[in-house]
Design a binder for this molecule. Structure first.
Ligand code: SF4
Length: 375
């Protein structure tokens, strides 16, 4: 009865991917048992990462004002989400926020800019910021700045950018359903440019956008093909005003099956339980740590999420440990525990099946949402 789980685990430990049939079974087999599946996905996770959890902090350094029409994105021209739009933050602000991320224990600081892509001049400016963060803080730097060509990748590689993020989001065949202003192939080219210049790539998916299980499978295999070392798995956050809203497929079990599949197909990758973790997994959130070894704290680009305290407590309660940056790790070893004295929030009213702690049921981050809708 448990042979298939043992086989999946053994294949992943050998670095082999499951067959297509097994992958589809993981996603939609009626006889799948969740705990043995999670345990199978845990085998390669433990082999490569032990029981550690890497923590990332996102900085939305430029919000909205994007001419692209990605249907899931509150920053898109096609979205009527009540977000505050702003051009790129000042260098001082970006550097101060990097310092805060390092202090919170984050091992990576991800700067994210809205838009199709940066100009060459803008890329040089970003490169200088990346150089400064890397020279002054014990934290690795990731950048998400839209499409990146070969020359831009060269500039970013020169300053030691650790990772370039560009999500595939969904399969090639489903891509036109979510975006018409750029193509899946454009996204793959950006990942190739990063790879050509030795920058680690970070690319993942968004589940819950009306895709089939086969679409999820295709993305997982494409990421394997591209040898992507860092894979964020997002679960669509239903932001009012966006064109693509939840397709109703996202139960905690569906999320955990998708994470398990991604891990089994990409056994050595840093698999991240990313956007939508809190609202879609809810009480089952800690089970995501069996397939995933990485997460975000303090929310996402435009939406709220659990803070450092609640997240670290969840990690510790599940028997895992935060793998922080070296300075944070040293402080912790000296007896300073960021997960101490937690004060869990009371349960909040549900907003459909998606629920976040605190914030009176509001999904958007307070600093992102406009005070008056429609302004
Ligand atoms: S995902 Fe990026 S490119 Fe697409 S609309 Fe949002 S900010 Fe623009």
């Amino acid at each position: 009865m448990f042979e298939i789980y043992d086989r999946l685990a053994e294949q992943a430990l050998q670095g082999e991917a499951p067959s297509e049939d097994d992958g589809l079974w993981v996603l939609e087999g009626e006889d799948v048992q969740l705990l043995p599946l999670l345990q199978a996905a845990y085998a390669p996770r433990e082999k490569h990462f032990g029981r550690t959890v890497m923590v990332h902090v996102l900085n939305n350094v430029q919000n909205g004002l994007c001419a692209e029409d990605c249907g899931y994105c509150a920053q898109s021209k096609s979205s009527e989400a009540a977000i505050r739009k702003y051009p790129m933050k000042s260098d001082e602000e970006i550097l101060a926020e990097a310092e805060n991320a390092a202090r919170a224990g984050a091992s990576r600081y991800c700067m994210v800019l809205s838009g199709r892509g940066a100009t060459l001049e803008h890329t040089r400016h970003l490169a200088e910021l990346i150089r400064t963060v890397k020279e002054t803080l014990p934290i690795e730097v990731c950048l998400s700045a839209g499409l990146v060509n070969d020359e831009q990748a060269r500039i970013l590689a020169e300053v030691g950018l650790d990772r370039l993020n560009h999500n595939l989001n969904t399969s090639a065949s489903h891509y036109p359903e979510i975006c018409s202003t750029h193509s899946y192939a454009d996204r793959v080219e950006t990942l190739q440019a990063a790879k050509n210049h030795g920058i680690g790539s970070c690319s993942g998916m968004i589940v819950g956008m009306g895709e089939s299980s086969r679409d999820i499978l295709e993305v997982a295999f494409e990421l394997r093909e591209l040898e992507v070392p860092s894979i964020p798995v997002n679960f669509l956050i239903p932001i009012e005003g966006n064109r693509v809203l939840s397709d109703g497929s996202l139960t905690p079990e569906r999320c955990l099956r998708a994470l398990s599949l991604v891990r089994l197909v990409n056994p050595g990758a840093e698999v991240r339980v990313a956007g939508g973790r809190e609202g879609h997994l809810r009480a089952m959130g800690s089970l995501a740590l069996w397939p995933a070894n990485s997460l975000f704290i303090e929310g996402y680009l435009t939406t709220r999420g659990d803070d450092e305290r609640d997240t670290y407590q969840m990690i510790e309660d599940a028997g895992f440990e935060v793998h922080g940056n070296p300075t944070w790790q040293a402080a912790r070893d000296a007896g300073v525990d960021p997960a101490s004295n937690p004060t869990p929030d009371a349960a909040e009213p549900a907003q459909g099946s998606f629920r976040l702690r605190g914030g009176d049921g509001e999904i958007l981050k307070p600093e992102i949402s406009r005070p008056t809708r429609g302004v």
